[in-house]
Write a protein that binds this ligand. Structure first.
Ligand code: GDP
Ligand code: MG
Length: 258
């Protein structure tokens, strides 16, 4: 077992070796995706995300076979490169776990079962806050929870090299790093250039707009306010940045019509 260190962070005492294949095991609503979010996005293979990629609906159970097929293809490619990988799915079925363990073995990577043993009542309660297509019926959640409890003692015999309870690892600091890294880069605190006068633009419109955005020296068009040109192909728009768009001091943007 290995303790690893994040840049600029205190050492974290975890039992998770790197690289490894981490299989989250827990009922719907137990917090799998929340735990998964403590690893970088590219390392997490979330079954609901693959359901959405093949069917536009992350809750579409009918698409499960296609979603699993696509997930396995990505998993193979990652493990062949010895890349840390987290499987965010309930993984409550034995055959599903057996496939994951066999794949990791074939590539010589250790396997970690990360068990998220949140109480069944809490998992059920959490369904209420979800969008309708993502709500899992109570009897299914309770069955998944019961399966999770039942399989834990046998996980080492199934071939998992490490079995870790979610309560036994420290990932909060890793999560804060994940969420603060892009903010630090935006501000230039990572030694890079930062976004400078594009910071507001990114926060207002999102990152997709940045490559298309150019501040223009055209404030006469906008009573002294800054003007930006957004161009995509032959299409372009001029926007004025208003420092007080509503008389209440709120910042906003207005489209300038010629
Ligand atoms: P999943 O279905 O297992 O992927 O569960 P999610 O990760 O989507 O979590 C379900 C809900 O519970 C979300 O609203 C989370 O924000 C919340 N949640 C999950 N884990 C925790 C936790 O450890 N603490 C708190 N406060 N909320 C949590
Ligand atoms: Mg989830």
């Amino acid at each position: 077992m290995k303790t690893f260190r994040l840049d600029n962070a205190l050492p974290l005492n975890t039992t998770i070796p790197e690289p490894s294949l981490i299989c989250l095991i827990g009922a719907a609503g137990s917090g799998k995706s929340t735990w998964a979010s403590t690893w970088p996005d590219t390392q997490v293979l979330e079954l609901d995300r693959f359901r959405a990629m093949v069917s536009d609906d992350g809750g579409c159970q009918e698409s499960t076979a296609d979603a699993v097929f696509a997930l396995q293809a990505v998993l193979e490619a990652r493990l062949a490169r010895r890349k840390m990988t987290v499987i965010d799915a309930t993984n409550c079925e034995k055959s599903v776990r057996a496939d994951l363990v066999a794949t990791a073995r074939r590539h010589g990577l250790p396997t970690v079962a990360l068990v998220i043993a949140t109480l069944a009542d809490v998992c059920v309660e959490r369904q209420e806050g979800r969008p309708a297509n993502r709500q899992v019926p109570e009897h299914v959640v309770r069955a998944q929870h019961a399966a999770m409890v039942e399989v834990v003692p046998g996980l080492p015999d199934e071939g998992f090299d490490y079995v870790v309870g979610a309560e036994g690892i420290s990932r909060l600091e890793a999560l804060l790093h994940c969420v603060s890294d892009s903010r630090r880069a935006d501000l230039g605190w990572d030694g890079g250039e930062g976004l400078g006068d594009l910071l507001l633009v990114r926060r207002y419109f999102g990152p997709e707009i940045l490559p298309l955005w150019r501040w223009r020296d055209a404030s006469v068009l906008a009573d002294g306010d800054r003007v930006a040109e957004v161009r995509l192909g032959a299409d372009s728009l001029y926007l004025a940045q208003r420092t007080d768009i509503d008389g209440e001091g709120d910042v906003g943007f207005e489209v300038l019509v010629a």
